[in-house]
Design a protein around this ligand. Structure first.
Ligand code: VG1
Ligand code: CO
Length: 542
């Protein structure tokens, strides 16, 4: 029995960098989730009888929304839904399942690195048939639809038991509750040299993986402990919890500090890694070395042939605009194509589908390849372990040698979180107003070469994305970038990205913030961050 329910539109269902994210109480409003899910279905065509994939990162409200989505998918006419057992699917695992089984698309329930719980964040994202996040054309259509929606359709049926694997009927549609880990683990095993990594570990190389109480726990347990033989307990915080055990599941130096401190301690592990809420981000640390995500992308690209899945070499590299140019130097040397896209994984999809790039990355702890169409935290961790096993060198040695060969791109991101929205918009508008007058101006030793608001034309389909971040480029390759976050749920978050290229190896040991101090000061001078936001410093430095 299909029920048609009248509803009134909400005006705030505009997807951001990665889907719609709101606080749980917002999502729990009457028909709020239903409206958005129906708006997704109303924006798609030709899915009658086809398969939809549904899963989430296990956060608070995950199960409730999955039940709604299942019944609405049945009412909309899907033939089958594949849903992760327990409602669990990491973002890269969902992408893999969509691709592997030729699904029409997928709904991923996650607010990624944002905290979870009754008063924290929830999110819904739609992925298309290539397994990647819906492009802007579709997210725009969903938003437009959400503004005028007047009814949704839902099957009147009992809830599906998400904890029991198997096939079930739901109002004429099949629901297949699938093992969330098996296909993904098999994919990883096909890409990396598990024998070499297993030997590395059995030879005494100690690793610690922090799943931060979020979705990667079961994946890391299966792969790192079971298949690669790391001792039990190597994976920490391995049970996905609705509130992530109170953790802020963002793998960076602030939120994964415990792991970092452990690896840096005298008798700590040789290698540490962490993943975010939905499993698409990664942080990698070795003894005496934190690997910046931008460097990680460059090093993975430079050493790709170490991994069997990439032994033939890679087609090209793509990075988001704020990500450092470390990867550009690798591309140049190896004669590979390099692409600079706006922030957000959705911009990489076309390049991968067209075979232009194999490896992609973002400064925000995101790295991935064309094995799926999402960034992939565990993939990056395994890639590092494979490189370490193949080169028989530790993290710090690999990184230092990379800098010596290519030069070092000193890099840092300063976030000002929950800033007053008007103040943040005012700051960006004022910067935009200054762009034409900046080139030629000097600030101490730094002379502005160019300044613009980044705009991207997709080389495959010609679509244009404007206002993607303000860049101030200095002579010699240093730069400062300003953007407002598109994933936050309260106030505005100002992100300031600072980068300096240093070819001289004798200067590579300088502490990052010190190496960037003059640029950080100039960023404040040009944008008036302190005066406009009332903040004396950033909330998070990565
Ligand atoms: C942030 C990151 C961006 C990333 C996005 C989604 O976006 O900066 O690089 O793609 O989160 O990642 P923003 O708009 O807040 O800067 V995730 O792990 O939330 O799916
Ligand atoms: Co994420």
């Amino acid at each position: 029995m299909i029920r048609t329910v009248p509803t009134a539109p909400y005006k705030d269902q505009k997807p951001g960098t990665s889907g719609l994210r709101k606080k749980v109480p917002v999502f729990a409003q009457e028909n709020y989730a239903e409206n958005f899910i129906q708006s997704i279905f109303d924006s798609l065509e030709g899915f009658e009888g086809k398969t939809l994939v549904i899963g989430g990162d296990g956060r608070y409200y995950n199960r409730e929304v999955i039940q709604k989505a299942l019944k609405m998918a049945a009412a909309a006419g899907f033939g089958k839904v594949m849903v992760g057992q327990g409602g669990i699917l990491s973002t890269p695992a969902a992408s893999n399942i969509i691709r592997k089984y030729g699904a029409f698309g997928g709904i991923i329930l996650s607010a990624s690195h944002n905290p979870g719980g009754p008063s924290e964040d929830f999110g819904i994202k739609y992925n298309i048939g290539n397994g990647g996040p819906a492009p802007e054309k579709i997210t725009e259509a969903i938003f437009e639809r959400s503004k005028i929606i007047s009814e949704y359709k839902i099957a009147d049926a009992p809830d599906i038991d998400l904890d029991m694997a198997g096939s079930f009927a739901l109002a004429g549609m099949t629901v297949e509750v699938v093992d969330p880990v098996a296909d993904y683990a098999e994919l990883m095993e096909s890409l990396f040299d598990f024998v070499a990594i297993r030997n590395l570990i059995s030879g005494g190389f100690r690793i610690a993986v922090d799943s931060m109480g979020a979705v990667t726990g079961p994946y890391a347990k299966e792969i790192i402990e079971k298949r690669l033989g790391a001792p039990a307990g190597s994976v920490r915080n391995a049970t996905p919890l609705p509130d992530f055990g109170g953790h802020h599941p963002d793998p960076n130096l602030v939120h994964a500090k415990e792991l970092y401190d452990d690896v840096m301690s005298a008798d700590g592990p040789d290698f540490g890694a962490a993943s975010d809420g939905d499993g698409d981000r990664n942080m990698v640390v070795g003894k005496d070395m934190f690997v910046t995500p931008s460097d990680s992308l460059a090093i993975i690209a430079a050493n790709a042939k170490c991994a069997p899945g990439y032994a033939k070499g890679i087609a090209g590299i793509a990075r988001s605009m704020p990500t450092s140019a470390a990867a550009d130097r690798v591309a140049e040397k190896l004669g590979l194509g390099i692409y600079e896209t706006p922030t957000g994984w959705k911009y990489f999809g076309n390049l991968m589908d067209a075979g232009k790039v194999t490896v992609c990355g973002e400064e925000s702890f995101g790295t991935g390849s064309d094995h799926v169409r999402e960034k992939d935290g565990l993939w990056a961790i395994l890639f590092w372990l494979n490189i370490i096993a193949a080169r028989k060198e530790g993290v710090a040695e690999i990184v230092r040698k990379h800098w010596a060969e290519y030069g070092r791109n000193f890099y840092s991101r300063h976030d000002y979180e929950e800033v007053d929205t008007d103040a943040a918009n005012g700051l960006m508008d004022a910067l935009r107003g200054k762009l034409s007058s900046l080139p030629g101006q000097s600030f101490g030793d730094l002379k502005v070469e160019a300044a613009d608001d980044f705009s991207y034309t997709d080389p495959i389909d010609g679509s244009i994305s404007t206002r993607q971040g303000i860049r101030i480029l200095f002579e010699g390759g240093s730069r400062v970038v300003f953007r407002l976050s598109g994933t936050g749920t309260s106030g505005a978050t100002l992100r300031v990205y600072v980068e300096r290229y240093e070819p001289d190896a004798s200067r590579h040991g300088i502490e990052t913030q010190a190496a960037l101090a003059d640029l950080i000061a100039v960023a404040d001078e040009i944008a008036g961050i302190r005066t406009r936001t009332g903040r004396t410093g950033p909330t998070v430095i990565t």
